[in-house]
Design a binder for this molecule. Structure first.
Ligand SMILES: [Mn+2]
Length: 431
């Protein structure tokens, strides 16, 4: 029996107030969908079964390159981060796992950490390595790169760190390692594109060799930042080449914020899946660059189009479909718990909307080049308000019909604000 962070009676109380309206909306939507031969109960079950991982670092307040403004009651260690994640999971019923980061979350006792997480009903998702900053316990600097560094000793240090992450992850019940490197250049001529990529591949082969049989490694590409002229794994092309070179357990991870503005990310999703290399997602939203804003807050249609490809992929090849979903956001001006609840709901919403697409009709319109009706088929799913389905799914699973309002009523933030003194610090950073 999992411990509860929030008193279930308080959630039940709030749900009671919202229940009649929610049921009326659910029935009305059910009747509308029935006219389209869609069973609302099936969609509700899909929503209940849906999950997206929370990144441990997401529950802290982030910053920019300029400053970081501390939030109230920020978690100070992995146990406090897990406590916040448990609140999100309990209210949203859409975030059953947490993704950890080493060294930020390095546990003294992995077995105990795993048990604590499980007591809150949380599993451990992918492990994230970090060679984009220096570590106190490592002799060499990653200033000029890590897995692609010119110095073999630095590469070996980066390889050892990734293997360490795998070993910790095994003790925690994780099944995947996510590798994002900051390696790249700021100036033309600084490094050879080819030799850097060769060194990276050679190093990653050693990390790959340390993967247990039932593990995967996700390679995350990023167009720029912290390197401003070139990065070693810049785009999905380089990512695909690396994953292909490494083997079947290596797959590509798509972070929605890691592309140039205007790039057709949903098409990248389709391509990677078609060739067996779609590993997973980091969901967030952006206006200009890697803004790490809340999923669905800027461009919800793009999120829907991504899920349209994912649903299509799942239907076309269910046995080959196993992408890992995680939110990867930085919360500078909102309560991170509220942002993560809201984002999980938006990702879940895009999934349910995508399930509404009439795929038989869409295929007919595509085959007959009926451009207008093909597009309208997608749009009619996208403009359907599936909120009652999401609310019903939460309600049935023990979550909150209105999770953010309920969260505010718990006084959780004020309580942890008293227990956890603010961390000062003028530095920026995404952490
Ligand atoms: Mn990411």
């Amino acid at each position: 029996m999992a411990d509860k962070q929030i008193d279930p009676a308080l959630i039940a109380d709030h749900n009671q107030n919202a229940l009649a309206d929610m049921l009326a909306d659910y029935d009305a939507l059910g009747a509308k969908l029935a006219r389209q031969n869609v069973d609302i109960e099936q969609l509700t079950q899909k929503a209940v079964d849906f999950g997206v991982a929370i990144p441990s670092w997401g529950v802290g307040t982030g910053g920019t390159r300029f400053a970081r403004f501390p939030g109230l009651g920020e978690p100070r260690n992995i146990y406090e981060k897990l406590a916040d994640c448990a609140v999100i999971a309990q209210l949203s019923q859409a975030t059953p796992t947490v993704s950890l980061h080493i060294p930020w979350d390095r546990p003294d006792d992995p077995a105990e950490l795993r048990e604590t997480a499980a007591s809150w009903g949380l599993g451990i998702d992918a492990m994230n390595s970090n060679t984009f900053q220096d570590h106190d316990d490592m002799p060499l600097s990653f200033k000029y790169g890590s897995l692609s560094h010119t110095d073999e000793a630095v590469r070996e240090q980066a390889i050892a760190h990734n293997i360490d992450c795998i070993e910790i992850g095994q003790k925690l019940g994780s099944k995947a390692l996510t590798v994002w490197i900051g390696d790249g250049t700021n100036f033309p001529g600084q490094q050879s594109f080819t030799r850097s990529f060769e060194r990276y591949l050679e190093a990653m082969k050693k990390v790959y060799a340390a993967l247990p049989d039932d593990w995967r490694v996700f390679i995350e590409h990023k167009i720029y930042e912290p390197a401003f002229y070139s990065t070693v794994i810049q785009d999905w092309g380089s990512n695909y080449l690396a994953a292909k070179e490494l083997g079947d357990k290596a797959q590509c991870l798509v972070d929605l914020g890691h592309h140039a503005p205007g790039v057709n990310i949903e098409m990248i999703v389709a391509r990677l899946f078609q060739f067996g290399k779609l590993g997973g997602f980091h969901f967030n939203d952006s206006k200009y660059g890697d803004d790490d804003l809340d999923a669905g807050s800027i461009n919800p249609y793009q999120l829907f189009l991504v899920f349209n490809e994912l649903v299509d992929a799942e239907l076309s090849n269910p046995s080959g479909f196993n992408p890992a979903y995680m939110l990867d956001q930085s919360h500078n001006v909102t309560d991170p718990i509220e942002s993560l609840i809201s984002s999980a709901v938006e990702v879940q919403r895009a999934y349910i909307q995508a399930l509404l697409v009439d795929r038989a009709k869409l295929a007919d319109y595509q085959d007959t080049n009926d451009v207008m009706m093909a597009n309208r088929t997608l749009k009619s799913a996208y403009i359907t308000d599936v909120s009652p389905i999401l609310a019903m799914a939460r309600h049935r699973a023990g979550g909150a019909i209105d999770p953010i309002t309920t969260y505010r009523a718990t006084g959780y933030r004020e309580t942890v604000g008293k227990q956890r003194p603010a961390r000062k610090g003028s530095g920026g950073g995404i952490v």
